[in-house]
Ligand binder design. Sequence first.
Ligand code: NDP
Length: 497
Amino acid sequence: MTVDAPVFSSTEPATGEVVGTFALMGPEEVAAAVDQARIASRWWADLGFAGRKQRLLAWKSLLARRADQLAWLVHRENGKPVDDALLEVALSIELLDWAAKNAPKVLGERGVRPSLLTINQAASLSYEPLGVIGVIGPWNYPVFTPMGSIAYALAAGNSVVLKPSEFTPAVGQWLVDSFRTVVPEQPVLTLVTGMGETGAALCTSGVDKISFTGSSATGRKVMAAASATLTPVLLELGGKDAFIVDADADIDKAVEAALFGAMGNAGQTCIGVERVYAHEAIFDEFLSKLSARANELKPGGASTSSYGPMTMPTQAAVVRDHVRDAIAKGATLAVGDLDSITESVIGPIVLANVAENSRAITDETFGPTITVNSIRSLDEGVDKANATNFGLAATLFGKNTKRLTEAAKRLRVGMVSINSWGSNAGVPGLPWGGVGDSGFGRIHGDDGLREFARSKGVVRERFASPLVLTSFSRKPETSALVSKALVAIHGRRKWVR
Ligand code: NDP
């Protein structure tokens, strides 16, 4: 008797139609994929920066030419409108382009100036690939979020084993297949599919680093599992992002940005706007304009809807719980109500004057809802923004650039956008990541490349030093000379306070 290998299917959130059927992989299949990836990692590392850059740019070019096809697949499997999916693909291509072009400069070997005491040494710094990177991704941005790790890990010389969410495996498969078209020689980017258990198996499979994007709850499990093998982890987790509107802000512009940031992708965005703090001088105008625009949105399953159905039906219960709790604690409903929430499509919900201890303020809602509270000053907005355990991104709107830039420094987050929402996502040279319950480590930018490399310092003696310090034959005069040199170099009066 033959037993069919276990499989699972992903479905369209809008229609329930099957998008694809995939293997439910267990620890053995994951281990086999990692073994293959380890062999591939040596071949890939040996290509050097130039060889990898050429292949990564060929992949980029393929993605650009097939962007419409990929966007359509994202629309089908995740449920977001096609234009939103295309934007996600475009941002991902920019990440890949940046990583491929900048890896040689950021990670290439370079000389480092020695100190005066080691003037006889030539010092150099290089960044070596880690080996195999396990990338575990969510379903909400099934191209952009894994690409933030994949592109930088590959550019740094590693191979990658990707575990996409069980809700978006077809997108993961598409990415891996397209990569194989331009790099057919070795399985440098491979796929493992399945549920959470498959991700858990990847964490303990002996990969050299796990780059995880997902919820804070799962992030904790990933870190605990990885500790068994001392596998380093990079955690890109959830958020509760604040959007602060100062008294002199361009209100219409702020309303458009807050609305898209909150409701776009049905609010299923890690840097989604969940809390607005609007200055009391413009609070009423802001709330009424935001409500009017929210009422115009047309969510649904069409490719051109304002936003799509919930990708994960169980999220509706979380949204309902947060809205109910906010109302019970005194919030008013400016748009929508509990009837707006169905298992599939959730209509826009705007909550005003929400108690700061409501779950809609303290926990990630991850739905098309937004809270709007009044503040007396920008400083109060910053304090309230900082009052949750999350710290992913924040947005500031106003005219006084100096004041906003100073406020940006006081925000306990990894990313800030001033007078636009989410723009960090479009600057591939800037690091991406959060603090606190939003995780640690950085993807994107120079820091994102270094996350996937191991630094190595090498010193080479250029000439014998007249001051031999590391020898049992060290002479007393040498130490006396060192003492004098220390005072001359570091002990000058100008440093005394
Ligand atoms: P989850 O934490 O539920 O899942 C993320 C990934 O982890 C999925 O592939 C999941 O597989 C897998 N997984 C589940 N259990 C385990 C486990 N025990 N060990 C290893 N892997 C596991 O998150 P969601 O997919 O629901 O994504 C939404 C969350 O992601 C939100 O909190 C959002 O804020 C956050 N996010 C953060 C981003 C950032 O950049 N900081 C960007 C995008 C999203 P499966 O789906 O098969 O269960």
